[in-house]
Design a protein around this ligand. Sequence first.
Ligand SMILES: [Zn+2]
Length: 159
Amino acid sequence: MAMKKTYFFVFLFIILGGIYFAFQENFSDSLFSKFQNKPLKDSEKFAVHIHPHLEIEILGKTQVIPAGIGLSQSFHESIHTHDLSGEIHVESPVLREFYLSEFFSVWKKSFNETCIMEYCIDENHTMSFYVNEVKSDHYGSLLLRDLDRIKIIYQEKNR
Ligand SMILES: [Zn+2]
């Protein structure tokens, strides 16, 4: 009887030990990945943190996209700019999708298939829209993705 009990405990010990080591391995893995990049990167503070790049060319001139779009003393929009590089910061504690039209509404400029800011297509002018150098017809409905290079070109026809 005592022998049986001993076997049982040895058996239990091996099982529990196995479970313990399995968990410990996962645990230390996740601890390692959590702390290997100290201090915490910005990207870990937000559910969404992406940086698409926007360039706007109007009649041959690159438009300056100002720094500080979406940033004020009292409130930071999820979509904003920090500098003149054309980098759009999308930083949100809430996991959801963001669209290019949202950047333009934060900026308070118009953008759709016919107009970019106050420049609209007419018999002499056209507009093209590129994502990573590939022509796109998404315009404002473009889903913003990290590091995508978005380019809007408004120009005279036949040029
Ligand atoms: Zn950012």
